[in-house]
Design a protein around this ligand. Structure first.
Ligand SMILES: Nc1nc2c(ncn2[C@@H]2O[C@H](COP(=O)(O)OP(=O)(O)OP(=O)(O)O)[C@@H](O)[C@H]2O)c(=O)[nH]1
Ligand SMILES: [Zn+2]
Length: 203
């Protein structure tokens, strides 16, 4: 079994085993950044970093479709928009492996089936906890809900800050990126789109 392809191995205590080649690559990076990986404070760092990255990227082990498979048919005749607003999330950009932190609003207009509301946040985290660009994250969350719930409409709006624009590069703190993906009636019907956008804005 190849530990590099996401099939992790664990010790008796259930802690993930870090392959030597992964630790060595982190030591190389520390050396390249200008420090000495053998000094006391950095000795355990490669294993910690490896485990931290497995956690940052645990979305690769997650299947959002599973979260959306547990649906309910009857919710008291409710057939209006369901919105989960301002769900905080963390991701990492695929260009610099820098943190992306933000919040997402996820809405759908149910068809036959509704889902437990926490599942919308689980889908978001499942895709966010991978190496991402914000546009793809937004599209994947919307598409997963569209494919699995067959709703009448889906709207996803994400606002996030990119660490690669604050701590390095253009060094422009405070700026956010906003992306949205509308499907179904939120794409084709102007009134539905306005309604969902005003709910998302909290107007
Ligand atoms: N569209 C998009 N761009 C992103 C995202 N995350 C990071 N980026 C951008 O990806 C780009 C990568 O540009 P490159 O020119 O290849 O890399 P770079 O030399 O490090 O660029 P700078 O960040 O401008 O220093 C940068 O403009 C980043 O701001 C994202 O989620 N979506
Ligand atoms: Zn980046």
């Amino acid at each position: 079994m190849n530990s590099m392809s996401g099939h992790f191995q664990f010790d008796e205590a259930g802690k993930v085993l870090v392959p030597e080649e992964v630790e060595e690559s982190i030591r190389t990076l520390i050396r390249w950044a200008g420090d000495d990986p053998s000094r006391e404070g950095l000795q355990d760092t490669p294993a910690r970093v490896a485990r931290a990255w497995r956690e940052y990227c645990r979305g690769y082990e997650d299947d959002p479709a599973v979260h959306l498979s547990r649906t309910f048919e009857e919710v008291g005749g409710y057939d209006e928009i369901v919105l989960l607003r301002d769900i905080p999330f963390q991701s990492h950009c695929e260009h610099h492996l820098a943190p992306i932190t933000g919040s997402a609003s996820v809405a759908y207009l149910p068809g036959e089936r509704v889902v437990g509301i926490s599942k919308l946040a689980r889908v978001l985290h499942g895709y966010a906890e991978r190496l991402q660009v914000q546009e793809r994250l937004t599209a994947q969350v919307a598409q997963a809900i569209w494919d699995n719930l067959q709703p009448r409409g889906v709207a996803v709006v994400i606002t996030a800050r990119h660490g690669c624009m604050t701590g390095r590069g253009v060094r422009t703190p405070g700026v956010s990126m906003v992306t949205s993906r509308m499907l179904g009636c939120f794409l084709t019907d102007r009134d539905s789109r306005q309604e969902v956008l005003s709910l998302i804005r909290g107007a």
